[in-house]
Structures are given as structure tokens and as C-alpha cells.
Design a protein around this ligand. Sequence first.
Ligand code: NAD
Ligand code: UDP
Length: 334
Amino acid sequence: MVKRNINTRRLGAFPRRVLVTGGAGFLGSHLCERLLQAGNDVLCADNLFTGARRNIKHLLDFHNFEFLRHDVTFPLYVEVDEIYNLACPASPIHYQHDPVQTTKTSVHGAINMLGLAKRVGAKILQASTSEVYGDPHQHPQREEYWGNVNPIGIRSCYDEGKRCAETLFFDYHRQHNLPIKVARIFNTFGPRMHPNDGRVVSNFIVQALHNEPITIYGDGSQTRSFCYVDDLIEGLVRLMNTEPAVTGPINIGNPAEFTIRTLAEMVVELTGSSSAICYLPLPGDDPKQRCPDIAKARALLGWEPKLALREGLSLTIAYFEQFFRSAASAGACE
Ligand code: NAD
Ligand code: UDP
């Protein structure tokens, strides 16, 4: 008798059919590109809340790429071999815009995608986050640390939603023997971040390119560790391809730690901007420090980031310069 959760029709078949939820977003679009280059059939499902068609426009001509407008809070019935579950707004201003929907996206989205994985026997990877550590008391953060998360604050819809999603992944693994991979992603940046995304790297670059004040929240002494998008995508793909015993959670991020003030100064220097730096109130529950311990990723994935912050910033600045040039010439033609 055939076991229900084995994908018999496609066992060992190539190309693999890979579903990327949130595939029209910043990370998702880079992941779709990378998976297509490796010869996979890619199905990108996204409700375009923070994602954009322009992020995947260049992929639509590939015969093995398909876009589906879909909200993961509703079930999805497709036949796939692997699922990367990235659907969820990642920027605080966006996930706080409709916090109930954010929790639903993380929790109902995880249930629906895990249910799909179970039905078709697919391997599934969750894009979790360093936010599961909250405002950490352990530094740098190792995967064994359980975190320090406010369950009722303005960031909780995202932090607790992602924590609950991790719980669901591990329960499906224990209860249904589902092959899972959980990546805890630390702050990542690069081309295709939305110019109004609200995250610190895109905010500072956009402000600097327009010679507008650089908005530091608080006194700028809080720290983050910034990973360039290509490095991050490599880490995710390596994690998906590990043997079944490797479930994670595994931190994927760049362990080089910077204060937000240093980041602001670096962006001003690299853009040659005349922007002044201004200080605004720190939002509630803003973590004071964040830095991944990536020993596990090094050992299990043979992975570590290659690009330094300065190099990644230069590439991202070049992307935004081109983005605004194209937007200006499109405007001029109207
Ligand atoms: P993003 O906002 O650019 O992308 C998220 C995508 O999910 C968007 O395309 C959006 O339209 C889509 N989406 C949102 N709600 C949806 C829903 N209900 N149904 C279908 N699609 C939906 O953000 P990103 O930076 O690309 O982040 C991708 C994933 O990685 C997220 O799950 C995020 O939590 C995680 N992550 C990102 C970072 C980072 O620094 N970029 C850090 C930690 C974790
Ligand atoms: N931040 C800032 N100015 C901005 C945007 C963000 O000083 O214009 C700060 C923010 O308060 C936080 C850090 O930069 O301390 C990183 O913020 P981001 O929203 O990028 O990510 P997260 O807080 O989720 O790590």
C-alpha cells in the first residue's frame, strides 16, 4: 500500500517543482531567480501586499516560471516537491499596518502550507526570523536561546506569529514525520527592497540619495548585523538541500555587528550625500542588539556570508540610483 505522504508520481524526478510563497517580495524574487537558474520549475504565490510585479517581471518569460496571486491564509491545492514559505510582510511599518492579518499570515499561512506539504509529500522550509529572540539577553544569539519576546507589544504580531509558525513546523515534523527546515533569518538587505519599505538600510539609502535627513531612531547605539541578499539565498538553498535529519532552526545572517549610527555614517560616505543626521524617538520594543552565532550554519551547511556590509551597500546604492533614474525618465515620458 502506498503511504499517503509520499510523492509517488514525482519521486526523484527533475526538474523539481518548487513553490515559493511570498515569491514577489524582496527575498522571494531573488530566491525564485536562483531556483530557476538551477533548472527547477518555480511556482511563485503572492498576494502582492508588500511584493510587486516588477520584482518578478524579468522571470515571467521563463517557461518554467509561474505567478499565482494567492493569499496563504487560504488553502492552496497544487502539486509540488518543495515549498519555501516566505509569505509575510517583514518590515515593521508593514507588519504593524494590519497586525491581525500579520498573525494570520504567519499562523494560518504555516498551517495551510504545512497541510499542503503533508498532502503532497513535499519538503518545506520556513523563513523564520531573528525576531524570535526578541530583545535578547544572550549575545550573540545561538539557536538554543529561547528569546525574550513581549507577547503583547506592537512587534508581537510578527514575533509571536513567527514563533507559533516554528512550533507548527516542529509539531508537523514530530506528529506527521514531515521533512522540515527552519531558517532564522537575520537582517538582510540588497536590490529590490521596496523604496518605501521602512527598513533601515533602504530608508537610509533613499534618504541619502535625495539629500534628505537620515532618520536615526533613538540614539543609534542599537546594533544589527546585515547580510547581503545573495549570501542569504545561498544559505536558504543549502539548508533545503541538507539531509532529512537537519531540521534547524539554523541562524542565517552575517555575524559582523554594527550600530545604526555607524550604518548611517557609512551610507552618507558611500553615497557622497549632503544629508544631515536627525534623531527620532525609538519605536516600542526595538531590540537593543542583534548578532547571529552562525557556528551551526558553518558546520551543517558549510556556509558563511561572503560579502561585507560596505560592498553590499555599494551594490544596493547602485540599484537604488538606477531605480530612481528609471522612475524619473518614465515620469518624464508621461
Ligand atoms: P517582503 O515584504 O519583501 O516579502 C514578503 C512577501 O510576502 C511579499 O511579496 C508579500 O506581498 C507577500 N505576502 C505577505 N502576506 C502574504 C499573504 N498573506 N499571502 C501571500 N503572500 C503574502 O519581505 P522579505 O524581506 O522578502 O521577507 C521574506 C520573508 O523572510 C518573510 O517571511 C520575513 O519574515 C522573512 N525574513 C526576512 C528578513 C529580512 O531582513 N529581509 C529577516 C528575517 C525574516
Ligand atoms: N531604524 C532607524 N531609522 C530608520 C529605520 C530603522 O534608526 O529609518 C532602526 C530601527 O529602530 C532598528 C534598526 O534601525 O533599531 C533596524 O530596523 P529595521 O526596521 O530595519 O529592522 P528590525 O528592527 O526589524 O531589525
